[in-house]
Design a protein around this ligand. Sequence first.
Ligand code: NAD
Length: 269
Amino acid sequence: MVDLTGRVALVTGAARGIGRATALALAEAGAKVVVTDVAKPIAGLDYETGEATGLEETSRLIATSGGEAAAAIADVRSYDNLSGAVTTALDRFGGLDLLVANAGIASWPKTTWQATEAEWQTMIDVTLTGTWNTCRAAIPAILDGGRGGAIVIVSSTAALKPLPTIGHYSAAKAGLVGLMKSLALELAPERIRVNTVHPGGTATDMTENDAAERWQATAPGVGDTLELPLPIHRLEPVDIAYAIRWLCSDEARYVTGTTSVVDAGALLR
Ligand code: NAD
């Protein structure tokens, strides 16, 4: 039984999807959770990102199931926003032990090499630099606690297996593996573990919108690669949340520097 009683967690991108499911799963195991999200549209995307109402709903769901949550709006492109969210954890809950760097975006250029500079840069800014910002804002607080901790970075199977046309996403998600491994080495002496989780196709607003569905149906070489060996169409956010929660727990106390794949067997093909 995973027990996170007495731990404080911070989750980015928690207004919905995998972030919300993770915040709920951590709270269910006893952690107090600071939930954060950009909570406004991001310029240039073909789908809506999470909203402030979604972030409030995540907090409400945690509270109604007996947990404790605090919400902070934070764009991961802003170190200052993230520092504010960390301060919320310290002020409200007295420390920080667990970090889930989950916020991310999707876009679907015609090909990787024809992506616009804006598509490329926004992807790198949010997904790669945003995760680095999240880590550098949170790590001093985790270190100050002096009781170890865990960081889980949400990458993707796209970091490990090529998908045509979204090389900007694959590059950002593969970059997270390098970031994770350096942090895992640097923080091991302080008993802070760092791992990546690599979801396969998961049913969220990122995959279930018109632009994503058009890409899945029409981009050359994409459709077949999304068929899963296990007989499901997509994973559910909770499937990813449980893997993240385990990595955050003492059951995984000697697991660090790893790339955990949760993909219904997608990488087998
Ligand atoms: P989602 O769009 O439902 O949730 C992502 C959340 O991140 C949204 O609430 C959004 O508002 C937030 N966000 C986006 N940009 C942000 C920013 N700059 N600052 C703060 N928050 C920001 O999608 P999801 O599927 O739940 O995605 C969560 C993570 O899982 C992402 O990193 C995504 O790349 C990854 N992932 C998803 C899938 C999938 O199939 N859904 C597969 C592999 C990896």
